[in-house]
Design a protein around this ligand. Structure first.
Ligand code: P1T
Length: 388
């Protein structure tokens, strides 16, 4: 399959017509266990936590799209992240991007820090030199999100991978906001990619899922394979089927998300009730050049500061009709939310504001509706601000 291009791999990798029936779609192997011919002699599957053919097809497909060695599917993005952190020894030090999904911050601070005695430094990695300043004897991992959630900062992946390899650190990139259609961190030198597959990979807001893709068939890959089974937070056959189906249209969806997001960002940038638009596709954005260099296009997420504070943000979010007020992103339908009040509320206010997440920040996941309808929706809701 490696000779094929992205869309072909999305439709075919890991997927062959069913040998029993010829079914072109990978069947949902709804079974917990597999009958063995003799103890230990079987057709490659024993128990569905260890392996399931529907999940295997998905794992091969997602590994092919990220141009990695192996894929592992989990019951959520956070479950996948947790397994990556479980590969570390107690007392390890991690360097993480300062602008992170709130749930990732909570996993690090409230779960792994106390249970594994992890030390964590948060760094603005848009200045990669800052990473080297905090490396210590016990540093083991660099954790990057780019574009970051929710400020859409862009981090130079090649530079960060270079630092990681110089200091022999494991490099992890959360590729949720870009998807492998736009950016392939493993090709830029990263060891691991993790996704909330709930988002663009699936694309239809009907499952919660996570994946890890590893770069090489090495000890780290074997550790993750072991932990996937030993911890057991695996993706079900039904959800594996849905995610595999979602992947087939990833390239056409991402291209359309990017087109619509550009329209939305351009519209907001000239609106009098908008203070600042954060979108790497705008030439005035400080990360435009690095985004152009490492991404195929600029993505479907647009964040902006509305003029005013929490009241104006609420008024805007109560008045959109097409942009549904909801957490999450990456589905075909447009969503809007206030990170300070919703997805990033688990980060203490002073840390949030230190990082630039204020109450007047709005995050949009621009969907695949007609762009004219989306712009009208935004226009209407912005008009209502201060007048409702
Ligand atoms: O929700 P879950 O599938 O467990 O994935 C967590 C996660 C990990 N990484 C990033 C970059 C994410 O954005 C998320 C989930 N984010 C949201 C639910 C959100 O609205 O931002």
């Amino acid at each position: 399959m490696s000779q094929y291009r992205f869309s072909t791999k999305a439709i075919h990798s890991g997927q062959e017509a069913d040998s029993a029936t010829g079914a072109i779609m990978t069947p949902i192997y709804a079974t917990s266990t597999f009958v063995q011919q003799s103890p230990g002699i079987h057709k490659g599957y024993e128990y569905s936590r260890s392996g399931n053919p529907t999940r295997t097809a998905l794992e091969i497909c997602v590994a092919a799209l990220e141009e990695g060695s192996a894929g592992f599917a989990f019951s959520s993005g956070l479950a996948a992240e947790s397994v990556i952190l479980d590969t570390l020894e107690s007392g390890s030090h991690i360097i993480a991007t300062d602008d992170l999904y709130g749930g990732t911050f909570r996993l690090l601070e409230k779960v792994k820090k106390p249970s594994y005695n992890l030390e964590i430094s948060y760094v603005d990695m848009t200045q990669p030199e800052a990473i080297e300043k905090v490396i210590k004897k016990n540093t083991r991992m660099i954790w990057v999100e780019t574009p970051t959630n929710p400020l859409l900062k862009i981090i130079d992946l090649r530079k960060v991978a270079g630092i990681a390899s110089r200091y022999n650190l494991i490099s992890v990139c959360d590729n949720t906001f870009a998807s492998p259609y736009l950016q392939k961190p493993l090709g830029l030198g990263f060891d691991l990619v993790v996704h909330s597959a709930t988002k663009y990979l699936n694309g239809h807001s009907d499952i919660v899922a996570g994946v890890i893709v590893t770069k090489k068939d090495d000890e780290l890959t074997q550790k993750i394979k072991f932990l996937q089974n030993a911890v057991g937070s695996v993706l079900s056959p039904f959800d594996s089927f849905l995610l595999l189906r979602g992947l087939k249209t990833l390239s056409v969806r991402m291209a359309a998300h990017c087109q619509n997001a550009k329209q939305v960002a351009g519209f907001l940038a000239q609106h009098e009730k908008v203070d600042q638009v954060l979108y790497p596709g705008l030439p005035s954005n400080p990360y435009h050049e690095i985004a152009k260099a490492q991404m195929k296009d600029f993505g479907g997420m647009v964040s902006f500061f509305i003029k005013g504070g929490a009241a104006e943000t609420r008024s805007f979010l109560e008045n959109t009709k097409l942009f549904a007020l909801a957490e999450s992103l990456g589905g075909v339908e447009s969503l809007a939310e206030a990170p300070a009040l919703m997805t990033h509320a688990s980060i203490p206010k002073e840390i949030r504001e230190q990082n630039g997440i204020y109450d007047n920040l709005v995050r949009l996941s621009v969907g695949l509706e007609d762009s004219e309808d989306l712009l009208h929706d935004l226009e209407y809701a912005l008009e209502k601000v201060n007048s409702s």
